[in-house]
Design a protein around this ligand. Structure first.
Ligand code: URA
Length: 231
């Protein structure tokens, strides 16, 4: 990696400030003044800025309570983005969402810069359970749990959904756990039963539940134990 990029990735300096610091002789590579911003360096080298060691930061993992009207993307011309909520974090542009929600869906979103970790969460192969709280327009049909357990044939699909678990709280409020993540899956599953989802909230992904302390739009780093449980 180029030295100026390394410094801007790990020291908090902008690329321009990094170049300036190198020019001023404030940067040492293995105790020798850096030759220029384009100097190629390796992470195991000793890089110092004004005497302080600048080392790569480890991967980051967060949970966020997604509010309505916020899109699960890094940038969007029209709506606020989930990643925009992280603007106080250093290098927040490296972050991405592990498993998107629709614009109007609320609840648990995992955000990381560790691509392998997020792949384990989103890859269909891993069958990661996702639990949703659903508010329905019409009362839930009596045979809904059986039909979801058998798998539903969604519009424009050739294969049934994986067996899903339904818990009826009252006729208009249910919890649905699915083991895959097709486009608009929960809404389409209820549409296949002739019902309509009015509100959708993700309560958990695998062993991780949304922290009830998090207000809509708030986030916190995952605890080490939570990261490991999903690894
Ligand atoms: N299923 C949906 O229909 N929408 C979501 O946002 C998530 C799952």
């Amino acid at each position: 990696m180029r030295l100026d990029k390394y410094l801007s990735n790990y020291s908090g300096l902008s690329r321009k400030e990094a170049k300036q610091a190198i020019k001023q002789g404030d940067v040492l590579v293995d105790r020798i003044p850096a030759t220029g911003p384009q100097q190629v360096i390796h992470e195991q080298q000793d890089i110092r800025l004004a005497g302080l060691r600048i080392a790569p930061r480890g991967p980051r993992y967060f949970m966020l309570n997604k509010p309505q009207g916020c899109v699960c993307a890094n940038s969007d011309g029209q709506h606020a983005t989930v990643i925009g909520l992280f603007c106080e974090e250093e290098d927040y542009t490296d972050l991405h969402v592990a498993g998107r929600l629709d614009l109007d869906t609320t609840g648990l979103v995992l955000v990381t810069d560790d691509g392998q970790w997020s792949h384990r969460i989103t890859s269909p192969k891993h069958k990661m359970p996702k639990r949703y709280q659903v508010t329905l327009q019409d009362p839930i049909a009596n045979d809904a749990a059986d039909r979801f357990a058998e798998g539903i044939l969604l519009r424009n699909e050739h294969k049934r959904t994986r067996p899903a678990e339904l818990l009826v709280l009252d006729p208009h409020h249910v919890e649905l756990t699915i083991y895959e993540g097709k486009y608009h899956q929960v809404k389409r599953m209820f549409a296949a039963l002739g019902n309509h989802v009015l509100e959708l909230h993700r309560a958990s992904i695998g062993p991780i539940s949304l922290d009830p302390e998090l207000e809509p739009g708030a986030y916190r780093p995952l605890y080490q134990e939570e990261i490991e449980r999903l690894s």
